[in-house]
Design a binder for this molecule. Structure first.
Ligand SMILES: Nc1nc2c(ncn2[C@@H]2O[C@H](COP(=O)(O)OP(=O)(O)OP(=O)(O)O)[C@@H](O)[C@H]2O)c(=O)[nH]1
Ligand SMILES: [Mg+2]
Length: 355
C-alpha cells in the first residue's frame, strides 16, 4: 500500500515546523510517522526544533528540494521509506522552495507505487496579504495555488482587519480549497490530512491566486537560484551536509582543526548565512543577544551554546524567542533576509563573541 504523504508548506517562518509538531503530538497512539524537513540554509535547524518527538526525522538542508538538493531529497526520502516503513510521511519543504516541482517528484513515476500524495496543507501569515513583497513572490503565490487546505496561522497576532482580509481572500479563491481556517500555534486538525486533494497543475503553468501580479516562470527563477558559497569550502566533505572539521581527514590546510564552518547562499530573492560551530565553541550570551536582536532579519533560527547554557533561537522579522534547551551537539545558526547580508562583517562580530 502506498504511504499517505503530505506536504506542509508555506512561506519562511509561517509556522510549518510548529504545525508538524502539533500533528505529531496528535497522531494515533502507536502509529509510526516520519518527517522530512528541507531548509533554505546550509546547516539546517528544524530537526533540532522537532527533537523529543518519537518519530523518524530526516533533514535536507541547502536549498529547495527540487533544485540543488534533489538528490539529497530522494536519498533522504528513500531511506525514510525503507528503514522506517512509516504509516504516514509529512514533508516540510523550505519556505522558499518550488512546491510544484516537489509535487511533480512525489507524484512522478519513481514514487507513484510507493507514495500516495494526499492533501497539501499550506500555512500563511495573513498579515502578508498586505505585504507586496510576499504577494508578488512566485513561491508565495504557488504555495497558495497548490494548497488543498489553506490555513492562516498566528491568528493570535492578527487584528480584526487582518482576520477579515484572510476570510475575504479565502472566499475569493478559485477553485475553492477543501478547507480554509484560522489557527494559532499550528493547531491543525489531523482530519484535514485526509481531506480531498485536487489534481495539481503542471509545473510550467503559471498561477496567480490574486490575478493582479506578474509571475515569472520557474526557469526565470532558476537563473538566480541557490548558489551556495562556502567560506571554507575546503573543509566540506559533502555540500549538503556541511561539517566543521572534526577528524584527521578534515584537517584544514594549516593543519589545525577548524570548528568554525560558514556558508552563504542566495536564491529566490533571499540571502542566507549559516554557521556550524564545533561542540567546544561557546559564545558570549549578552553580545549574541545584542547581535541577533540588532538586525531585523526576516528569519533567524539556531541552536546556540553560550556561557549561560544551550538555547533555541526561533525568530521571524523581530518576533520570536530565545529559549533554554537541552544541550545540543554543536552551535547552528541561520540568518535569512530579503536584502544582501554582509557575511564578512557578521562573521567577524560572531567570532569576537567566542569565549
Ligand atoms: N505568536 C505566534 N507565534 C507562532 C505561531 N506559530 C508559530 N509561531 C512562531 O513562529 C516562529 C516560526 O515558527 P516555525 O514553526 O519554526 O516556522 P517554519 O514555517 O517552520 O519556519 P521555516 O522552516 O524557517 O520556514 C517560531 O518562533 C514559532 O514559535 C502562532 O500561531 N502564534
Ligand atoms: Mg520549519
Amino acid at each position: 500500500m502506498p504511504i499517505p504523504t503530505h506536504l506542509i508548506t508555506g512561506f519562511l517562518g509561517v509556522g510549518k515546523t510548529t504545525a508538524i509538531r502539533h500533528l505529531l503530538a496528535h497522531r494515533p497512539a502507536g502509529e509510526r510517522w516520519a518527517v522530512l524537513v528541507n531548509e533554505f540554509g546550509q546547516v539546517g535547524v528544524d530537526e533540532q526544533l522537532m527533537e523529543g518527538e518519537d518519530v523518524a526525522i530526516r533533514q535536507v538542508p541547502g536549498g529547495c528540494l527540487c533544485c540543488v538538493s534533489s538528490q539529497a531529497f530522494t536519498v533522504g526520502l528513500n531511506r525514510l521509506i525503507r528503514e522506517e516503513r512509516p504509516a504516514r510521511i509529512l514533508i516540510e519543504p523550505t519556505g522558499l522552495g518550488h512546491p510544484a516541482r516537489v509535487i511533480e517528484t512525489l507524484t512522478g513515476e519513481f514514487y507513484r507505487q510507493v507514495l500516495d500524495l494526499r492533501a497539501v496543507i499550506t500555512l500563511i501569515d495573513a498579515r502578508h496579504l498586505a505585504s507586496p513583497r510576499h504577494r508578488t513572490h512566485p513561491t508565495w503565490q504557488d504555495q497558495i495555488a497548490l494548497a488543498d487546505v489553506l490555513v492562516a496561522n498566528k491568528a493570535d497576532l492578527y487584528s480584526d482587519a487582518e482576520r477579515e482580509a484572510f476570510l475575504d481572500f479565502a472566499r475569493r479563491l478559485d477553485p475553492p480549497k477543501s478547507r480554509t481556517a484560522l489557527v494559532s500555534q499550528g493547531a491543525l486538525d489531523p482530519a484535514w490530512l485526509d481531506l480531498p486533494a485536487h489534481p495539481k497543475r503542471s509545473v510550467e503553468d503559471t498561477h496567480d491566486p490574486l490575478g493582479d501580479t506578474h509571475h515569472p516562470g520557474h526557469d526565470d527563477l532558476l537563473g538566480d537560484t541557490h548558489h551556495p558559497e562556502y567560506a571554507h569550502g575546503d573543509l566540506l566533505g559533502d555540500t549538503h551536509h556541511p561539517e566543521y572539521a572534526h577528524g584527521d581527514s578534515h584537517d584544514s590546510p594549516a593543519g589545525t582543526r577548524s570548528d568554525w564552518f560558514l556558508a552563504t547562499q542566495h536564491g529566490d530573492g533571499y540571502h542566507g548565512i549559516s554557521w556550524l560551530l564545533g561542540p567546544a565553541v561557546r559564545l558570549a550570551h549578552e553580545g549574541l543577544i545584542e547581535l541577533l536582536h540588532g538586525g531585523a532579519w526576516d528569519r533567524t533560527k539556531g541552536v546556540l551554546h553560550t556561557d549561560r547554557g544551550w538555547f533555541t533561537l526561533n525568530r521571524v522579522s523581530g518576533e520570536g524567542t530565545l529559549e533554554p534547551r537541552t544541550p545540543g551537539q554543536e552551535t547552528r545558526l541561520e540568518i535569512i533576509h530579503h536584502a544582501p547580508l554582509d557575511a564578512g562583517r557578521l562573521d567577524a562580530r560572531l567570532r569576537s563573541l567566542r569565549l
